[in-house]
Design a protein. Structure first.
Ligand SMILES: Nc1ncnc2c1ncn2[C@@H]1O[C@H](COP(=O)(O)OP(=O)(O)OP(=O)(O)O)[C@@H](O)[C@H]1O
Length: 253
């Protein structure tokens, strides 16, 4: 099946950091987790995909179209949530929603009201009056209310309590099952991936270390097992051991 998102050899340089030849693809109705330690390049990858930062080279194909050429058209079909963006802090949620819904031709008010209720959000509050978790939930409600076929989410679960996180992961699974939608989200929380993802892309120092379906991904790190490990390694163990071997290398240099 044709990928909904194909990222091809993206390069982006900052002083002291570079995304190098970042490539991966996401098939329809799949959830992909983007993992990597702090500063590995997860947000920069998502921003480069969305042209929020301009990559020096590389390409992004979304819905079989060149995203950079058909950006406006593609953006109608996606939902995007980035943490830490306090847009319109002094505006009430109802006002922000009124502006947002004008942008989307496929806005679904019933769906929006369903999520507002489910997330227990008060639309008469100002954006800055929301807690971090509530901000994420509100932005998700907006993203989920125009029948997006692809959600791109930067650490959507990081500000959430365990109950809300569980609920959100459940919603992700429901969306992918019931609607024509794929999800790409970055996270630090490896248990999110255990519970929810089909595919995993691991970024280390701006490069894709591995990108595959979860089983293939886990198998490809079996070399990190020691004789003391009876079962398969967890994702947390894989990350810890991969990053630790880097520290060991640093020490011997
Ligand atoms: N606008 C910018 N100018 C210069 N350097 C930047 C800029 N944005 C990001 N960087 C650098 O790029 C690197 C990757 O940052 P990025 O935010 O993509 O990492 P991340 O994997 O999302 O990290 P975290 O898990 O901490 O959010 C970091 O070294 C960061 O300092």
């Amino acid at each position: 099946m044709e990928a909904v998102l194909s990222v091809q050899s993206i390069n982006k340089h900052y002083p002291g950091f570079a995304l190098e030849n970042v490539s991966f693809s996401l098939a329809p109705n799949r959830i992909m987790g983007l993992i990597g330690k702090n500063g590995a390049g997860k947000s920069t990858t998502l921003k480069a995909i969305l042209n929020m930062v301009s990559p020096e080279s590389g390409n992004v194909t979304m819905f079989q179209k060149n995203f950079y050429q058909y950006e406006k058209e593609c953006k109608q079909r996606i939902g995007v949530v980035f943490g830490g963006i306090d847009f319109y802090p002094l505006k009430k949620l109802s006002t922000i929603t009124a502006v947002t819904q004008k942008f989307y031709t496929d806005w679904d008010e019933e769906q929006y009201q369903k999520y507002i209720k489910r997330f227990a959000l008060n639309e008469s509050k100002k954006f800055k009056e929301l807690s971090n978790g509530m901000k994420v939930k509100y932005l998700l409600a907006l993203a989920l209310s125009h029948h997006a076929e692809l959600l791109i989410l930067d650490e959507p679960t990081s500000g959430l309590d365990p109950v809300s996180r569980e609920e959100l992961l459940h919603i992700f699974r429901q969306i992918v099952k019931n609607e024509k939608c794929s999800i790409l989200f970055s996270t630090h929380i490896t248990s999110d991936l255990d519970r929810c993802t089909d595919d995993i892309t691991y970024i280390q120092n701006g490069r894709v270390l591995q990108s595959a379906d979860k089983d293939t991904f886990l198998r490809s790190f079996e070399h990190l097992k020691t004789p003391d490990d009876s079962g398969p390694l967890t994702l947390e163990e894989i990350m810890l051991r991969t990053e630790r071997s880097e520290w060991d290398d640093d020490i011997t240099v």
